[in-house]
Write a protein that binds this ligand. Structure first.
Ligand code: NCD
Length: 317
């Protein structure tokens, strides 16, 4: 794998990244967290869209591997002076960088960057950190990693998520996390159900290798190993997708009442940022079942594994 652009990975590639992340995870328990693996390498975080966790997580991951990490934000870059994305990407590459982690508001932006770089700077690796409403592969990988650890603990290495039942609920249409998970989780053997209001299910979802439905309460009556709530992406919704916030909550929010009906061992997940009180109640977000902060912690390990395997090009020792 040269670049990481999509969650559509081969099972063995995904498992080898998850296993490498297990090795990296051990670093988090140390007082001295730096590994020398990417010393002398340079990674640029180019974020043309807002981000708290993904950008800092990639920055910490790069720094713990001893890479030099540079942040370029869309709002403070020459993009604001009218420079094209292609010129920006090639300019950064011309400085001798090894990798570019890119978040952009347009679907396909990371793929375009990879295509341009393959021609002019073929040693530079591209990692898609979210392109529009299209994909966010490291989020899907970290979700799989956090869930695998919750379910299998110290026996996680080498395993997929075979037979694991996962429901993903909410604003599927605007979610790049949903799309990357729709590709990755079934490849790992999971049984995935997407559920949301009919207007927030994307056209073509019926062709995914998953179940798609609108009845949240019916989904919650089935046994579930994990329930992943997605943010209602108000900033991407052009027009009214649900008649009101009240109606959304009645049909699709993980309220305290719905949480009380879940099995005690159903893992509750959310990629963040959360709209508390809209798609998820505070109690559901913070109870023992919640893996929300484990997902964040897992993100650093997983991104260390991705940076290492793409840039150093070998399995970690
Ligand atoms: C997600 C994103 O930006 O796609 N957040 C994240 O990276 N953890 C989900 C979201 O914005 O709702």
């Amino acid at each position: 794998m040269k670049h990481l652009l999509t969650g559509a990975l081969r099972r063995e590639d995904a498992i080898s990244l998850l296993d490498a992340a297990e090795d990296m995870h051990e670093v988090q328990d140390r007082q001295l967290k730096k590994l020398p693996a990417l010393r002398g390498r340079t990674v640029v975080n180019a974020f043309f869209e807002n981000s708290t966790r993904t950008r800092s997580s990639f920055e910490i991951a790069g720094k713990w591997l001893s890479a030099d990490v540079i942040n370029v934000s869309g709002s403070a870059s020459s993009v604001k002076k009218g420079e094209s994305l292609r010129d920006t990407v090639l300019t950064l590459a011309a400085m001798g960088i090894d990798g570019i982690v890119m978040r952009h508001g347009d679907s396909g932006a990371a793929q375009l960057a990879a295509d341009w770089l393959d021609v002019s700077f073929p040693s530079v690796r591209v990692i898609n950190a979210g392109d529009g409403a299209h994909e966010h592969p490291t989020q899907a990988l970290l979700d799989a990693f956090a869930l695998r650890r919750r379910l299998f603990g110290a026996q996680s290495r080498g395993r997929g998520l075979d037979g694991v039942r996962i429901a993903i609920a909410g604003d599927i249409a605007h979610s790049r996390v949903a799309r990357s998970n729709a590709l990755l989780l079934p490849a790992l053997g999971a049984e995935v159900t997407f559920v949301g209001p009919p207007t927030l299910l994307p056209p073509g979802a019926d062709t995914w290798n998953t179940t798609v439905t609108t009845d949240f309460d019916a989904v919650l009556q089935q046994p579930l190993d994990a329930l992943m709530m997605l943010r209602v992406q108000l900033e991407r919704q052009r027009g009214a997708f649900v008649p009101s916030v009240g109606e959304y909550i009645v049909g699709w929010s993980l309220t305290d009442e719905r949480r009380a009906k879940l099995d005690d061992d159903t893992v509750i997940m959310h990629p963040g940022p959360m709209n508390r009180g809209l798609e998820i109640s505070s109690r559901a977000a913070e109870g023992l079942q919640s893996a929300v902060l484990e997902q964040v912690t897992s993100g650093v390990s997983l991104r260390m594994a991705v940076l290492y395997s793409l840039i150093a090009g070998e399995e970690p020792q």
